[in-house]
Design a protein around this ligand. Structure first.
Ligand code: F6P
Length: 762
């Protein structure tokens, strides 16, 4: 059977061949005619020339009637291979002398009786000949006519040869055209496919309003219209999804809000119990030096987002009790109502031994999976002992979920890479549970993930989920590829589902977000500007850029400092007038990699400060300590620029928090292209954090951005973050879960019905 590509090629080559045959069919006779005309003209000239040469001797011989000499003269002349015969007719039209080759039927080549013109091309039984005559004159009177007959058989040979060459030429032309066209179309097709792929993978070229990514190759110009159409189709699709997915739960417009989420839970999930599992707890009770117990909120995007959902939905949040006063604040079931001031849900703490925490959290999760999933050039480390603890702790948390479940079908929201095995463990005990797992960090490509020695176990564990969520389509796609590569499953890429055993997992991208603030008691921007500058000890007109992160090597803090350094070098007028404030919350500091990183951050800040600092002026103000949300809000509102320069980040909520904090619609955001947030916040100054000059220029551009431009960019980003908030994130996952539940119920009914029918038939 012909392969598809050969068939496609034939579809082009066959019409081309037919067309060229047609051409040849028309061209060959034309060429023949032309060749004949040239040859006749050629023979006319030749005959003329010969006649001129023979004129004088022939006249004398005719006058002398010297037939012997005429014969010699004629025989000598026809030794020429083309000249076939000669004849001489007298004035009365009588053939007096001729060569033996002279065709008798030709006679004196008199004009036809019908008065038509003679043709020099005469067909004889032996083949075509060319005939020409020249009068032989003597003293003004005509003695007779010399008739010259040329052989024309060479013309036939020449014509046959020409035909052969023309056909050969067309055949070669057909092959060359076909080859070149196929080559060019194949190359263009590959280019188009790659561009189309980029579009479908979500790599839409940046919008006109955003700073174009200088590293991204531009799409081929012929793809522009298609990209434009695809983009608007995708936008339409997203809009539609946004409106249709929650329309019936809102009374006041289409924005997702806590009430809408609650309504969804009650209507579609019949108020089912919600259980959240995460490693990090939302409230940490710690014993202060004076013996009092203080509550601290951890620096965690996950906690910020999920906490808002839990406040809206109530339920139970199961997490590791890591605070020094955690044990003394729980009841006998390890429960504590939170938020402490206005409880709306229950925090269930799980206790871990030091060894368990070391192996499961520091070891497998943060020395293994964390660097494995982030491209930040830190090598993952996998140890069997860590894996054993990881399995054990996942089992411990799964048991807690099972124990907390009041029904056999709770909604379980599993958070992050700490619990890859838990979904299957819960599924085995509670087959009817709706398990929604959200992976808050990137998912690497299948090859990179293959490094993990327990890759199959991790994938099997995750596929215990009903729904599996990632921040971006890239990570979702990487996951599907990974499963395809390492597990025997059935994947439906269009529906984005994976069937493994008898279970179906829906894999989707749900970009996480924040709860949009309602600003009842926000400190005015002017006040924040004044206070923060007073705290920092800088003049009131001092320009500030701000960054806040966990002290983690994935966040691009060193690259950010280098950009500050380069900016001051490129724009010396900024020295003394600008400072960069970095708040870095200590994180995972028991790990050597993190300890080293902290040293490098401190060292670089000192180096830059030594270089430019003078009379108390510091270009970099580094604060390695925890800050609460209120303090961070003030920094966000007081700064000209916020810098988010992660080397790789699932989403990065700092970027969205900055946008939400700027109700004055001012301030500029410098944002790494390697964050999930860059896919949504197109109006930020998008940079490649590895490119130091680019970071420096973006920082300078942000500090000097005209007010009108700031407002235009900020307004658009605020509108998006407000609409695409965390309730929408959770809402979409719950809506999908509700749909799957309904589908499962219908399928069960169908199965039960067919069993009954089968029994009846039996
Ligand atoms: O980014 C991944 C993540 O788990 C976040 O969800 C969270 O904000 C952060 O890491 C917290 O890390 P840790 O709990 O290890 O301090």
């Amino acid at each position: 059977m012909l392969s598809r590509s050969v068939k496609l090629s034939l579809r082009f080559i066959l019409p081309l061949a037919i067309l060229l045959c047609l051409f040849a069919y028309i061209v060959v006779p034309l060429m023949d005619k032309l060749t004949l005309r040239w040859s006749l003209r050629d023979l006319d000239n030749r005959s003329q020339l010969l006649a001129t040469t023979l004129q004088v001797p022939l006249r004398e011989d005719v006058l002398l009637n010297d037939s012997a000499h005429i014969k010699r003269l004629f025989d000598g002349a026809i030794e020429d291979e083309r000249l076939f015969a000669l004849g001489f007719c007298d004035a009365s039209g009588k053939l007096l002398y001729k060569t033996y080759t002279y065709p008798t039927s030709l006679g004196c080549w008199n004009p036809p009786a019908d008065g038509t013109a003679r043709k020099s091309l005469v067909q004889l039984p032996r083949g075509p000949v060319h005939v020409a005559e020249t009068p032989i004159m003597d003293a003004g009177s005509e003695l007779g006519r010399l008739i010259l007959v040329h052989d024309m058989s060479f013309i036939e040979r020449r014509s046959a040869e020409t035909t052969k060459y023309v056909l050969g030429f067309f055949a070669l032309l057909a092959v060359a055209i076909a080859f070149l066209t196929l080559l060019v179309s194949h190359l263009s097709w590959r280019g188009w496919l790659a561009s189309l792929n980029d579009v479908l993978r979500g790599q839409l070229i940046p919008r006109a309003t955003a700073k174009p990514d200088p590293d991204a190759p531009p799409p081929p110009p012929e793809m522009e219209p298609l990209i434009g159409e695809l983009r608007s189709l995708l936008e339409e699709y997203h809009q539609e999804r946004q409106h249709s997915d929650g329309g019936s739960y809102v009374g006041n417009g289409s924005d997702w809000a806590p009430e809408k989420l609650k309504a969804l839970l009650q209507q579609d999930l019949a108020g089912d119990q919600v259980l959240v599992v995460s490693n990090r707890e939302p409230y940490i009770h710690e014993k202060a030096a004076d013996g009092t117990v203080k509550v601290r909120r951890p620096a965690s995007g996950l906690v910020t987002a999920v906490e808002a959902v839990m406040r809206a939905c109530s339920g139970t949040w199961i997490a590791h009790g890591a605070g020094s006063a955690d044990r003394e604040t729980v009841d006998k079931n390890d429960h504590v109502p939170v938020p402490p001031k206005n409880p709306s849900y229950t925090l269930r703490r799980v206790w871990l031994t030091e060894e368990e925490e070391k192996g499961y959290y520091y070891g497998f999760a943060n020395e293994g999976l964390w660097p494995l999933c982030h491209i930040a050039h830190v090598r993952p480390v996998f140890r069997s002992s860590d894996w054993e603890e990881y399995v054990k702790v996942n089992r411990r948390f799964a048991d807690a979920v099972i124990k907390e479940a009041r029904t056999d079908n709770p909604v379980v929201l599993v958070q992050d890479y700490h619990f890859a095995l838990l979904p299957r463990m819960v599924r085995e005990a509670l087959p009817k549970a709706t398990i929604i797992t959200f992976w808050h960090i990137p998912w690497p490509n299948s090859e990179s993930f293959g490094i993990c020695p327990w890759r199959e176990e991790i994938l099997e564990g995750m596929l215990g989920s009903t729904i599996l969520g990632f921040h971006t389509p890239f990570h979702r796609k990487n996951f599907l590829d990974t499963v395809d590569r390492y597990l025997e499953t059935r994947i439906e890429p269009e529906a984005s589902t994976i069937s493994y055993g008898n279970e179906l997992t829906q894999v989707e991208d749900y970009p996480i977000s924040i709860a949009w603030p309602d600003y009842p008691d926000t400190v005015p921007v002017d006040v924040c500007r004044t206070e923060i500058r007073q705290i920092l000890g800088v003049p009131q007109d001092h320009l500030l850029a701000f960054g806040v992160d966990r002290l983690d090597y994935t966040k691009g803090i060193l690259e950010r400092f280098q950009a500050v350094d380069r900016m001051l070098e490129m724009h010396p007028a900024m020295v003394g007038k600008f400072s960069f404030v970095q708040i870095a919350a200590p994180s995972r500091s028991d790990l050597e990699e993190y300890m080293n990183f902290e040293q490098r951050v401190r060292k670089l800040a000192d180096k830059i400060n030594d270089r430019y600092g003078k009379d108390g002026y510091l270009p970099i103000i580094l604060k390695i300590e925890h800050h609460d949300q209120n303090e961070l809000q003030r920094y966000f509102r007081a700064s000209e620029v916020c810098m988010v320069t992660s080397l790789h980040d699932g989403m990065n909520l700092v970027a969205k928090e900055f946008i939400a904090a700027r109700d004055d619609e001012h301030g500029a955001l410098v944002l790494s292209q390697f964050t999930g947030a860059a896919r949504e916040l197109h109006e930020a100054l998008i940079i490649n954090p590895y490119h130091i000059e680019q970071g420096a220029e973006a920082l300078y551009r942000g500090l000097t951005m005209p007010s009108v431009e700031q407002v235009e960019r900020m307004r658009s980003m605020r509108d998006r973050v407000r609409r695409f908030n965390v309730y929408r994130w959770a809402g979409h996952m719950l809506l999908d879960a509700a749909r799957l539940r309904k589908r499962e119920k219908v399928m069960q009914k169908i199965r039960a019905h067919s069993r009954t029918n089968l029994r009846r038939v039996g």
